[in-house]
Design a protein around this ligand. Structure first.
Ligand code: AP5
Length: 188
């Protein structure tokens, strides 16, 4: 059993690769973005989530951490694949405590490296059909600002723990997937 984080800036290909990995290795795919999008209709939290997602800001930790960890705890046994989580140090510390409490560990963080220019091109293209209200140029730029300020510092955090493996996110989907599978063969 292994637990992974798929990490990277907006549009790096996290969701695409996470779906393929979850299927191939029978992992539980936990996308914080998707979980929050599904909760946009909730009477209790919907308006709050919309406000943050539509501006490209991080949804408050108090909401995200609980939502993710409840799902993770229910589905821990096949192995967990976090996509878009954690996004800041508070979430990373909470995830550390989660693993400890559940007597398991984080195996590896796979970081997809992609330039902002290429990522924006990909997201803008997706925006033509995705219906995602945050796939607009202004919000994408804001998502990048937030990524640089709050999420990118986690690269140092996981590097210091010797958990971080960075791969090139530029090639086509199947090449990136093959590169990730090579990493997994070496760690499992
Ligand atoms: P989230 O949904 O996590 O969005 P994101 O991180 O900005 O990432 P994307 O979904 O845009 O991109 P991706 O890296 O998954 O790439 P994808 O595979 O889709 O978060 C959205 C919002 O929710 C946040 O702004 C925040 O408000 C909130 N939120 C989420 N998590 C949170 C958290 N933990 N804490 C607080 N708030 C949180 O690919 C992108 C496009 O490129 C697709 O069209 C795809 O088909 C294409 N593509 C993928 N790979 C390739 C390739 N190799 N070559 C060519 N095209 C490719």
């Amino acid at each position: 059993m292994f637990n992974l984080i798929i990490f990277g800036p907006p549009g790096a290909g996290k969701g695409t690769q996470a779906e393929l990995l979850a299927k191939k290795y029978h992992l539980t795919h936990l996308s914080s973005g998707d979980i929050l999008r599904q909760a946009r209709d909730s009477a209790r939290f919907g308006e709050k989530i919309k406000k943050y997602q539509d501006s490209g800001k991080l949804v408050p930790d108090s909401l995200v951490i609980e939502m993710i960890e409840i799902q993770a705890e229910k589905n821990i046994s096949p192995g967990l694949l976090f996509d878009g989580y954690p996004r800041n140090l508070k979430q990373a510390h909470s995830l550390d405590r989660f693993f400890k409490k559940n007597k398991t560990t984080l195996t590896t963080v796979i970081n997809l490296r992609l330039s902002e220019t290429l990522a924006i091109q990909r997201i803008m293209k997706r925006g033509q059909t995705s219906g995602r209200s945050d796939d607009t140029l202004n919000t994408i730029k804001n998502r990048f600002k937030v990524y640089r300020a709050q999420t990118a510092p986690l690269l140092k955090y996981y590097k210091e723990q010797k958990k971080l493996i960075t791969i090139d996110g530029r090639p086509d989907v199947s090449t990136v997937f093959n590169d990730i599978q090579t990493i997994i063969k070496n760690i499992s």
